[in-house]
Design a protein around this ligand. Structure first.
Ligand SMILES: [Zn+2]
Length: 245
């Protein structure tokens, strides 16, 4: 039996038997893990409410044959407490947890950049400095980029020309008039600029954007994310090679 420690964000939990729970956690060094928290549903549990979704925790586990077993938990930041009182922030946070879980398919494969993006996204949501939907769209665009699927936004996804006119998910993002496939969306130039600001982390530009461009951006980003999730995002093992530091 070997013990290990890591910190991570609880993505989801489900019941196991009468009193136990299986928790899925995106950790900083180990990647995505699933572990059993024994007796956590009893009122006397020493883990209390620390193993709830959104909570950034410091964990100690011992390696089991199938599932690892949680032996210690300390709360680092209970992001759920800040989010639960505000419905738009809560739903944005829930979408982040679900997306992280779906983008990172393999267990125990280090995904440090995805972990840092998720913690940064939850922190920004709970700080409330930017509109929840902008924080969520920034998280979607950046986590897709880390997974190897950044959309083209400034140059045509097909010919790299700079006169982009349309957005075509199947083509990989913005396209010029010549490369534009039938049925491509034709967003406002400001919408593509907003998507680029969110991808690059240019918050002054993103915060100054107009409501209609935010709405158009959210629609395109959601469709782009959905398409990649449904068409099988490759495991992050192919794109996250750098060692955890
Ligand atoms: Zn083109």
């Amino acid at each position: 039996m070997s013990l290990y420690r890591d910190e991570g964000v609880v993505l989801r939990t489900h019941k196991l038997g009468e009193a136990d729970r299986i928790i899925t956690v995106l950790t900083k060094r180990t990647g995505k893990i699933r572990g059993v928290a024994k007796g956590v549903r009893r009122t006397t549990s020493r883990f209390g409410a620390r193993l709830e979704p959104f909570t950034h925790v410091d964990l100690q586990l011992h390696t089991g044959r199938t599932l690892d077993v949680v032996t210690q938990v300390e709360t680092i930041r209970p992001y759920g407490e800040a989010l639960i009182a505000d419905y738009p922030r809560y739903t944005a946070g829930s979408a982040m947890l679900e997306t992280a879980d779906r983008l990172i398919m393999g267990e125990k494969e280090p995904a440090l950049r995805q972990f840092l993006l998720l913690v940064g996204g939850l922190r920004a949501l709970s700080a409330g400095e930017h509109e929840a939907r902008l924080v969520l769209d920034a998280y979607f665009l950046r986590s897709l980029a880390v997974a190897g699927y950044a959309p083209a936004l400034v140059e045509c996804a097909r010919c790299e020309g700079t006169a982009v006119r349309a957005f075509a998910i199947v083509a990989g993002g913005a396209v010029c008039g010549n490369c534009r496939p039938a049925g491509a969306a034709v967003p406002a130039g400001e919408t593509l600029a907003l998507m680029n600001a969110l991808l690059k982390g240019d918050w002054p530009a993103a915060d100054a954007s107009a409501a209609r461009h935010r709405a158009e951006c959210s629609g395109l980003v959601a469709a782009y994310l959905q398409w990649h999730l449904e068409h099988g995002i490759r495991s992050l093992r192919h794109v996250e090679r750098e060692p955890a530091t």
